[in-house]
Write a protein that binds this ligand. Structure first.
Ligand code: FE2
Ligand code: FE2
Length: 332
């Protein structure tokens, strides 16, 4: 099989870099107890064989090589502000591993068909790849960021309740209802938004390493959104009327949650007035993969209007009602 051979020299160099970073992290007490971990701890060395297994499963050509990034070509402030966004993306991608693995674990208890488990397994390994790419980009851009707030790495979480167990009679209704809400949130909304976000990052970036990172992530995201819509289409006919009503009732706060974190206070009427666009980056004004607040907002509103709301409506959820009902929740 395609097990990659890693030379002892290569492996030793990787291990030294990772161990060197871990040793350089400050400790809370000044002794050997580490502080809250840095998101770059995702890149720490383990063993040569684990690294080989990971790479053959997760890396794909052309893999963007962090050492190809020339930090000396950019001002430190530009590198730092971009690294903050890449570290945030690494936390989000790691959060996707956390959330999708919870969904997969729960689906096994509902004994769903292998098509669902196999497709969802692909998403999990993709998100591991994305977490690695984003953490490596943050570190390449701003190696001074280790041990600082910019690279913080809190425990991952999820905006939904813990999954239910199967019901005593063996029915999977409670799990299906929970899973429909999770899939709408993480895939139908989250992954559908990821695709145009990454397209925009690739468009504005002026550095070939950063463009390569965005391109690697982007090649997976269309599949992730498709998984969400297909899995939801499979689930909906399996939900009873009470469950459908419960899932619909969650929509306004799911919409409001994404609007708070993505549009971040920019309202749809501001976007219409300002005519915000996303243009290819100009090397005379370097961009290391950052988007402005209005650019994030324009992607959010355009994708909801063109894709998310119509598809939810097609699947029988009253998305128009939910869009209106999100408004009172935005400031809460
Ligand atoms: Fe991702
Ligand atoms: Fe994804």
């Amino acid at each position: 099989m395609a097990t990659e051979q890693i030379s002892a020299t290569d492996e030793a160099a990787v291990r030294r870099r990772a161990e060197g970073r871990a040793a350089a992290r400050p400790s809370a007490s000044g002794g050997s107890t580490p502080t809250a971990p840095s998101v770059t701890s995702l890149l720490d060395a383990t063993t040569a064989r684990l690294r080989s297994m990971h790479k053959s499963q997760v890396h794909r050509a052309p893999w963007p090589e962090p050492s190809s990034f020339d930090a000396s070509a950019y001002p430190a402030a530009l590198r730092r502000s971009a690294a903050v966004q890449w570290a945030g993306r690494a936390r989000n991608e790691h959060g996707s591993v956390h959330q999708f693995s919870q969904l997969l674990h729960t689906f096994t208890r509902a004994r769903v068909p292998v098509h669902i488990m196999g497709a969802l397994s692909r998403l999990i390994t993709d998100e591991v790849r994305h977490a690695e790419l984003c953490a490596a980009a943050a570190l390449a851009l701003h190696p001074e960021g280790e041990g600082t707030e910019a690279f913080r790495f809190p425990l991952p979480g999820a905006p939904w309740q813990p999954p239910p167990a199967p019901e005593p009679d063996g029915s999977a209704e409670a799990i299906y209802r929970w899973a429909a809400d999770v899939i709408i949130t993480a895939c139908c909304i989250g992954e559908t938004l990821s695709r145009p976000m990454l397209t925009a990052v690739e468009t504005v970036a002026t550095d070939p390493y950063i463009e390569g990172v965005a391109a690697q992530i982007l090649r997976d995201e269309h599949l992730h959104a498709t998984f969400g819509w297909e899995a939801l289409a499979w689930l909906v006919p399996r939900l009873d009327e009470d469950s459908k009503a419960w899932v619909k009732a969650q929509l306004p706060r799911r919409f409001a949650g994404f609007e708070r974190s993505t549009a971040r206070g920019v309202r749809v009427e501001h976007i219409a007035e300002q005519g915000i666009t996303i243009e290819p980056g100009d090397p005379a004004s370097p961009n290391l993969g950052t988007l402005s607040k209005p650019q994030y907002a324009v992607i959010y509103f355009a994708t909801f209007e063109a894709e998310i709301l119509p598809k939810l409506q097609e699947l029988g959820f009253d998305a128009g009602w939910a869009w209106g009902a999100r408004l009172p929740l935005l400031d809460g």
